[in-house]
Design a protein around this ligand. Structure first.
Ligand code: COA
Length: 164
């Protein structure tokens, strides 16, 4: 159990969740660039938010506050894939990732989606833990799927969760 005090809300404002809007693109790009080796710029996020196949939820520090995290999914009903999820370094371990995934599931179930897929880098312990905790199960491995900073390749774990 990580950071019990954080989870109980001590010392933090309430985290608010809502769908992303076009004006979020810059904050999303900053958060993404800080979390991943290859960042997506704000123009890319604007395109993604406008795309009818994507669903994006953002977590903020209270309504209208600083962006603390996001989850971005894309797919055609009944199947959808988590393309990206990230939480600001300073806000990790407070259950925000968990809330983003669970909120997305609720939204997807209401829309008739039944299955969520994802790929996660082998060795990304926080993400693997988050996905196991939210009911994802490994369904396969892809060797050499990612390239590390040093140029070596790293495998991916493919995971699935049924939400129907
Ligand atoms: C993965 C990530 C989104 C998790 O967000 P978070 O808000 O810190 O996660 P939560 O606080 O909701 O924790 C969810 C579960 O993961 C576990 N977890 C979180 N950080 C962990 C860590 N550093 N090591 C091990 N487990 C960890 C938690 O313990 C919790 O499980 P528990 O309830 O059984 O204790 C965050 O670490 C992140 O942004 N990482 C960089 C981007 C990334 O790798 N995204 C995934 C790409 S596939």
């Amino acid at each position: 159990m990580s950071n019990l005090f954080g989870r109980l809300g001590f010392g933090h404002r309430d985290v608010a969740l809502r769908p992303a809007r076009t004006g979020d693109a810059e904050a999303l790009a900053r958060l993404h660039a800080a979390a991943f080796r290859v960042g997506w710029d704000s123009a890319e996020f604007e395109r993604l938010i406008a795309n009818r196949l994507t669903r994006t939820q953002v977590a903020t520090d209270g309504p209208g506050g600083k962006m603390l995290g996001f989850i971005l999914l894309s797919g055609v009903s009944p199947e959808i894939e988590i393309l990206s999820i990230a939480v600001d370094r300073t806000a990790r371990g407070r259950g925000i990732g968990l809330r983003l995934v669970e909120t997305a599931f609720g939204m997807l179930a209401a829309e008739g989606f039944t299955t969520v897929f994802l790929e996660v880098e082998e060795g990304n312990a926080p993400a693997v833990k988050l996905y196991a905790r939210t009911g994802f199960r490994e369904i396969g491995r892809r060797q050499g799927y990612y390239r590390s900073e040093t140029g070596t390749t790293v495998g991916a774990i493919t995971m699935r969760r049924d939400i129907a």
